[in-house]
Design a protein around this ligand. Sequence first.
Ligand SMILES: Cc1ncc(C[n+]2csc(CCOP(=O)(O)OP(=O)(O)O)c2C)c(N)n1
Ligand code: SF4
Ligand SMILES: [Mg+2]
Length: 334
Amino acid sequence: MSDVNVRKFKDYASDQEVRWCPGCGDYSILKAVQRTLAEQQADPARTVFVSGIGCSSRLPYYMETYGFHSIHGRAPAVATGVKLANPELDVWVITGDGDGLSIGGNHLLHALRRNVNLNVLLFNNEIYGLTKGQYSPTSRPGTPSPSSPDGSFDTPVQPGLFALGAGASFIARGVDIDQKGLPLLLGAARDHAGTAFVEILQNCIVYNKDVFDDVAAKKTAAETQVQVRHGDPLIFGAAEDRGLRLNPGTLSLEAVTLGADGITEADLLVHDETNPLIAHALLQLAPPLPVAMGIIRRVAAPVFDQSFWQHKPTERRARVKDLLRHGNLLDRRV
Ligand SMILES: Cc1ncc(C[n+]2csc(CCOP(=O)(O)OP(=O)(O)O)c2C)c(N)n1
Ligand code: SF4
Ligand SMILES: [Mg+2]
């Protein structure tokens, strides 16, 4: 391909004025998405971004691709329809913690369990940003907000564990500002056959500023995050001298120091993307333990849209117009 035909990340940006608050983490995610499409030389004419409602859900406006700003919580359903109608499209779902896990929890659950070939990006800022800062299903207990003036007392849902419980075949976690790591995760999500679920920790600087500082702050990230890679032992720390081993008594991960008490790399747990127990243990990690980043789970599983068309090959090109003009729709059932 000559240079003139190579798409740069700016080629995926639309001419729309970006209307997020200055400093919002959504800007970095948008850039990472555009960078991913450029890295993979994705065809904009075959790319669709479907969103629900929320600040995060404004993303499709800013992409020079096809897009739907759909209904609150319903993006997975709309995206499933898009993918079924034209399986050749690369379909992305953009959702927030409120959109995807509150009103849309049911829709997300079914897309995940069906394993529709979609890339789902959940922007988790632990707050309803668009509606001015009410607490959300992922807000940590004690979050003060207009709907919880004395601090929230709900038990939050953890997006990755929700996805695991729903049977997701791909689960990853990244941070908005990680311009190196995030495009790699998004690229892997795009390559995955089935629903790829990516939770992105996103800083809402207006209504929940720096809520992820204990995990995402750049200065301390080497200590507060463990980057997981299939086949590698779980090592973290700026000096790479810390690790996670499985405590057989509690069946949970514990942090250890390499070299102390005779501990070596051989004592550490080796990441296996296909092992659901490891995924569960990694998703349980929370401060003061390092939080898992990267591809936590990735397995091959039957893909809903592929199975659908295998069962209805002749209907593939059917047009709604033809169906509607045919009289009684029920007579057309096959
Ligand atoms: C049916 C319906 N109920 C409620 C709302 C109000 N509403 C709009 S966005 C939103 C929550 C958005 O939160 P989130 O998905 O976390 O997105 P963020 O703005 O934080 O990116 C709510 C409750 C709505 N638009 N439609
Ligand atoms: S309210 Fe929060 S999430 Fe929404 S644009 Fe502003 S900073 Fe971003
Ligand atoms: Mg939110």
